[in-house]
Design a protein around this ligand. Sequence first.
Ligand code: NI
Length: 139
Amino acid sequence: MEKLIRFGVSIDKKLLDKFDALILKHQYSNRSQAIADFMREKLIEQDWNTQKKKVAATISLVYSHHHRTMLNKVMDIQHDFEKLIISTQHIHLDHDNCLEIIAAFGKGQDILELARRLRAVKGIKHASFTMTTSGKQIS
Ligand code: NI
């Protein structure tokens, strides 16, 4: 367990009321937990922008496996980024639809480029992208 520091913050009451409503909605147990979480979010965002640290991400794609041209394009792009992609999982959702989950680890801008290229493939029904961290320097 890291050493805990207690510090005071002066803040506009209206802003604090909005913050309290937000953390209640997100079911944080207290302000400290919410503030620490938001601080980590900003630190992770910084890692994505600085290009100095490796970051992690998942890209999820939903598509019909009957669309062969699209499948080839998705595969070509993944091979172009083979050093960045650390794992893929393919799930057959039903007779037509597939869910593909791609885990990437590397420089933020490279991962963003991979996500942009995959999202742009014609025929993909939905693509989502989740940025996260390597876990280092985030307690
Ligand atoms: Ni499938």
